[in-house]
Design a protein around this ligand. Structure first.
Ligand SMILES: [Zn+2]
Length: 198
């Protein structure tokens, strides 16, 4: 009856050891399946990432990886938020932030603006880091994409102020300006109506 649990732990531990021995190396699914010795190997990898905080990335995170390739980036554990924050809080924060990365403006599920090979995946990040006394309260949380989350700081832009933002739009081609207009009208339909009636 208890046969299943120890075996499951066994395969997770085997994968953990193997990944840590091969940190920084791209591994394929056949290798991981063999190491784990179970058809459930992919779930074990997810547990290592989501429950233990191993920084394992796939083609969903990095455009240089192909489907079926896995990479343990380094031995630094992922921030605790991946594990500690409830689904409800995640959903609340993502919704409040309009499913948009609060650092670079990338929108969930769309191609990343600064890493176009990759679909934007959003995580929940702390505004004030926990190590600096920040809490898990929603007021200290924000949506952040995997590119910004990995600390690709050369890709990370500060949020522009209104003057800079308008200057950027002003020098864009008319077609792009119209796209911005459409996007804003979609986002603020009621305000758009009010403004055009005046
Ligand atoms: Zn971002």
């Amino acid at each position: 009856m208890t046969n299943k649990t120890p075996r499951r732990k066994g395969s997770r531990a085997k994968l953990r050891d193997f990944l840590m021995e091969n940190v920084g190396k791209v591994l394929d699914s056949d290798t991981l399946r063999e190491v784990a010795g179970t058809s459930e190997w992919a779930r074990r990898v997810r547990e290592l990432r989501n429950e233990e905080g191993l920084n394992i990335v796939t083609h969903n995170d990095r455009s240089d990886l192909k489907p079926g390739q896995y990479l343990l980036v380094n031995l630094k554990p992922l921030p605790a938020f991946e594990r500690d924050i409830s689904k409800e809080t995640r959903a609340f924060v993502l919704d409040r932030n309009g499913f948009t990365c609060q650092m670079c403006g990338a929108a969930a599920g769309e191609p990343h603006p600064y890493d176009s090979g990759r679909k934007t995946r959003l995580h929940i990040g702390h505004i004030i880091d926990k190590s600096m006394g920040g809490t898990d309260d929603p007021s200290n949380l924000r949506a952040i994409c995997s590119v910004c989350n990995e600390g690709a700081s050369n890709l990370t832009l500060n949020r522009p102020n209104t003057i800079k933002l308008i200057a950027q739009i002003r020098r864009a081609p008319a077609k792009d300006q119209l796209d911005v207009l459409k996007w804003l009208i979609q986002k603020f339909p009621n305000q758009a109506k009010e403004l055009t009636q005046e």
